[in-house]
Design a binder for this molecule. Structure first.
Ligand SMILES: [Zn+2]
Length: 246
């Protein structure tokens, strides 16, 4: 297998007064300060960015160096170098700065685009300004349960993990030394969501969210390394850029 590198890029924190927001029914009233990430996959056929991070303000603490463009710069890249931009979903803490990548080809599930552009009143967490100017960008829009193989070589594959949002997806990356890694996103924001089978926060569809947790559990039991979207325990051991997984 050719050399592929995975960088986990720190994108600031979210400070919430109530961890129960992430684990409905559990940890209620307990404060949480959790990390936010974007990811860069360096593949021989091109660079892939996964998620574009968050802006400072409200519960989000984002230093200048935490912005995705700054993180890329630290690694010697500029936005124009990015070939594909995979969005796990379009929530506020994942989709800021999409407009910094007008030349990238975005890979976003069709249902996620529909949810973001025309949310139901119960679908919170989208910020229209983040994507309203991307309408003329180039998009691949995988459907339903479709697996989307980015380079058609099985090394970077977007899988359906809907439930947290209507069109949530996770990314499976095959690495030579580390093995199979899953960028889980918010299909399991915290390890607790997976371990205890608790839906990841307020979900657009709880039933699908549970199906997705089962799917991730199955991957984990088969040796896949799961990188959770916002886990505070995994944060202590995760390898952050400029270090990488290969
Ligand atoms: Zn989310």
């Amino acid at each position: 297998m050719s050399e592929i590198k995975l960088y986990v890029m720190y994108a600031g924190r979210i400070n919430l007064p109530d961890k129960g927001h992430m684990t409905p029914g559990l940890n209620v009233g307990e404060p949480i300060s959790m990390p936010v990430y974007t990811y860069l996959i360096v593949h021989p056929k091109g660079l892939v960015l996964v998620d574009t991070g968050q802006e400072p303000g409200g519960p989000s603490v984002v230093e200048k160096e935490d912005r995705v463009v700054s993180r890329l710069k630290e690694l010697g890249y500029s936005p124009g170098d990015i070939k594909y931009v995979i969005m796990t979903h379009l929530h506020v803490d994942h989709a800021a700065y999409m407009t910094e990548f007008p030349n990238g080809i975005f890979i976003v599930r069709k249902e996620e685009l529909k949810a973001a552009w025309w949310s139901e009143r119960c679908e919170h967490g989208y910020v229209y300004e983040h994507y309203k100017d991307t309408r003329d960008f180039r998009f691949f829009e995988p459907l339903d349960q479709e697996d989307f193989d980015v380079f058609m070589d099985g090394t970077v594959v977007c899988i359906d993990t809907k439930g947290h949002t209507r069109g949530h997806q996770s990314v499976v990356v095959k690495l030579k030394n580390t093995g199979n890694v899953v960028l889980v996103g918010d299909a399991a924001s915290l390890k607790e969501n997976l371990e205890l089978g608790i839906q990841p926060g307020v979900c657009s569809n709880n039933w699908y969210a549970m199906q997705s947790l089962n799917k991730l559990k199955h991957l984990e039991e088969n040796g896949y390394k799961l990188l959770f979207g916002h886990d505070i325990y995994q944060e202590k051991e995760i390898r952050l850029s400029p270090l990488y997984y290969d």
